[in-house]
Design a protein. Sequence first.
Length: 169
Amino acid sequence: MEKAKNTKPEEKIQQRSIVRILSKDIEGEVKLYPGLTQIKGVSWALSNATCSILNIDKNKKIGQLTDEEIKKISEFLKNPKIPEFLLNQRNDFETGKGKHLIGVDLELKTEFDIKRLKKIKSYRGLRHLLGLPSRGQRTKGNFRKNRRKGAGIAKKGAKVEKKPFMKGK
């Protein structure tokens, strides 16, 4: 018996090792659905919405995406046409409208919002100034680590002199 040979030649898909999407390098071996979440500002829900709306397979590896698909994804993430509850800047302080920020824009906006809270000396701003949690968590047992070194902890490499023990005095 002879083995049946494939009549179709196997298509060799050229896979890239690293793909750059919105100024973020993503490994080519990662699947699209979890890979998009490596971009700051893209949640699992937004990644799922992106794959669904653009009709791209979630399980496709990022390295196998064409340049056209990468461009579509970038354009969609810059201006997502999704419900407002998926946006990360709802009712923006300056404009009053909802928008979605990604990458460095999100980091800058968050930093400026915290600076504004500190400047107006709101409760949340004061908590940020003191380095305490600002969302109502308890602080009795937590949030004490790495604030400052205790008196009993010596610096690494410093020699501690031992006092001679004298009994009876």
